[in-house]
Unconditional design. Structure first.
Length: 99
């Protein structure tokens, strides 16, 4: 898959990251290869090897197997440093360059 410079610039803008000219050129070279690699992984075998779940122990992660050790909304509100609109409020990860 080839990505245009405009598509990569749009992705950078959506990601809210600031890149130098050198970093942007490196991203222009690397990102199409990364996307192609992910597409190759996506096209790989879909079946899970026999016995893999048992060896890794992922049964507790299934959606149809709920666990009792999950926090309630009230517990989460008590533990979170800040809560807004039923979500944990965290500091911004990236500086938006404003202010």
């Amino acid at each position: 898959m080839s990505l245009t410079t405009e598509e990569i610039n749009h992705l950078v803008q959506l990601s809210r990251i600031n890149l130098s000219t050198k970093e942007r050129q490196a991203l222009n070279a690397d990102l199409p290869r990364i996307v192609e690699f992910v597409e190759q992984l996506h096209g790989g075998p879909k079946s899970q090897p026999k016995g893999l779940r048992e060896r890794v122990g992922l049964d507790h992660l299934r959606c149809d197997n709920p666990q009792d050790n999950q926090l309630t909304q009230a517990q989460l509100k008590r533990l979170a440093p800040e809560f807004q609109e039923d979500q944990i409020k965290i500091p911004a990860v990236f500086d938006d360059g404003e202010g």
